[in-house]
Design a protein around this ligand. Structure first.
Ligand code: ADP
Length: 440
């Protein structure tokens, strides 16, 4: 599909907006709830499709179906709680009201690493608010998107309320940007494309929310519980084979615990099973494509040429194709690509540090600001460091922190806006102030 099909989808979303937004919140809620039920009752099929097209192990795929569905369930409930306000007036013959109304047609562009959840996290709140949507899923994972859209149809969500276009990404993107009917762009993906979409939204002054790349620090202090730190950093690093924007990208380890942590961490990484995602025992699937493997290779070469040393892995897996060995790299420093950019692969760089101040400085020494993790047993330190980190999400003694009930989003160049939670609906609403005068 290209610009013509995208324009057709926008027109269909625009027409449907007038009927969908007029339904009661309860009617929209019921349709969303039905969609949720259908996703859950087709969970195995969806997970299988996801593993086949994206490569994540089946257990993780099942986890994503539950996680993805949770946004539909949550926003089905939230649809009924989108309250306005009545403001005490400044003149006695007036009444001042604030209405919350849907922004209109939404263009949602999503990535391949969470083929279902990145769609439902946008479409759930959009539909709940009364918006209609044109989704452009990643070209690498169109099937999960189509299956989810088909289930939405079965649930009674009208075809025009949820449209899926796929094909030529820049052409589809430009058609969404140029349309005056599309009032909002919501995007998850690379920082480079996000910036293009933000700039492209200026012409028609669209609302924009962006979830872009991260460069997550995972800070392990001397006073951490080592087992908790190993479990948490392993989960934060190797989920989806390192291919998430909240994956620990740099593991900063305080000098006093560095050797002990490194040897226990390597042992844990050695236990990760690489292979076919359809096998129950697999915990690490392939990378998404050859370009992803080449990026990891480039980062490893850069790090070793600057003095880092490979402690485990460091090369393509013997399975071939796009499998890469779970890797641990020691003595990484801030002049290396592994420190400065997202590797988006199964590579854990260990970076030694001396003091808490050093760790905070190193953690914040980046343009990204999505997720950060800290491991410490000290409560005062948890507060101090959490507050000093320039990040949208902080995990304290925990490596997996995303949930539909909490706000997800970044600061600095990691993005704009929040998804999920009660805050997630704000991105799809406009405030309207109504002044009723001369009431005496
Ligand atoms: P990733 O590295 O995660 O694949 P991308 O930003 O390249 O990140 O892709 C995320 C989404 O953005 C995908 O759906 C992709 O097709 C889409 N995309 C890529 N380039 C453009 C563009 N110029 N306009 C609109 N969408 C784009």
């Amino acid at each position: 599909m290209g610009s013509r099909e995208t324009s057709d989808a926008i027109a269909s979303a625009h027409t449907t907006f007038y009927s969908w937004s007029k339904l009661t919140a309860s009617e929209r809620s019921k349709a969303l709830r039905k969609w949720y039920d259908l996703i859950i009752s087709n969970k195995e099929e969806l997970a299988l499709l996801m593993t086949l097209e994206q490569g994540k192990p089946i257990k993780e795929a099942l986890g994503e179906v539950n996680y993805g569905a949770s946004f539909i369930e949550y926003f089905a409930e939230e649809a009924k709680r989108i309250y306005g306000d009545i403001i005490p007036p400044t003149l006695s013959d007036r009444r001042l009201l604030v209405l919350k109304q849907p922004v209109g047609v939404v263009g949602a562009i999503t990535p391949w690493n969470f083929p279902l959840a990145m769609i439902t996290r946008k479409v759930g709140p959009a539909l709940a608010c009364g918006c209609t949507v044109v989704v452009k899923p990643s070209e690498f994972t169109p099937l999960t998107a189509l299956a989810a859209a088909d289930l939405a149809l079965q649930a009674g969500i009208p075809a025009g309320a949820l449209n899926v276009v796929m094909g030529n990404a820049p052409e589809i993107g430009d058609a969404l940007l140029q349309s005056t009917q599309v009032r909002k762009i919501t995007f998850t993906g690379s920082t480079a494309v996000g910036k293009k979409l933000m700039a492209g939204s200026a012409d028609t002054v669209k609302k924009v929310s962006l979830e872009l790349g991260g460069n997550a620090p995972c800070i392990v202090f001397d006073d951490a519980d080592i087992d908790v730190a190993i479990k948490g950093s392993l989960a934060a690093k190797f989920r989806n084979s390192g291919q998430t924007c909240v994956c620990a990208n740099r593991i900063l380890v305080q000098e006093g615990i560095y050797e002990k942590f490194a040897s226990a961490f390597i042992k844990a990484v050695q236990s990760l099973q690489v292979g076919n995602g359809l096998e129950e025992s697999t915990s690490q699937g392939p990378l998404i494509n050859e370009a992803a493997v080449q990026k990891v290779e480039k980062f490893i070469k850069d790090a070793t040429s600057k003095g880092a040393h490979i402690m485990l892995g460091g090369k393509r897996h013997s399975l071939g194709m796009t499998f890469y060995e779970p890797t641990v790299v020691g003595n990484v420093s801030n002049d290396m690509l592994l420190f400065r950019e997202e590797a988006f692969g199964p590579v854990a760089p260990l970076v030694p540090f001396k003091t808490e101040e050093d760790a905070i400085h190193m953690a914040n020494d980046t343009n990204a600001g999505l997720a950060a993790y800290i491991f410490t047993k000290s409560i005062p330190r948890s507060w101090r460091v959490s507050e000093a980190l320039e990040y949208g999400l902080v995990g304290v003694n925990e490596g997996l922190i995303s949930t539909e009930v909490a706000p997800f989003g970044g600061v600095k160049q990691s993005g704009l806006g929040r998804e999920g939670s009660k805050y997630g609906v704000d991105e799809y609403l406009e405030l309207k102030y109504i002044c009723m005068g001369n009431l005496n």
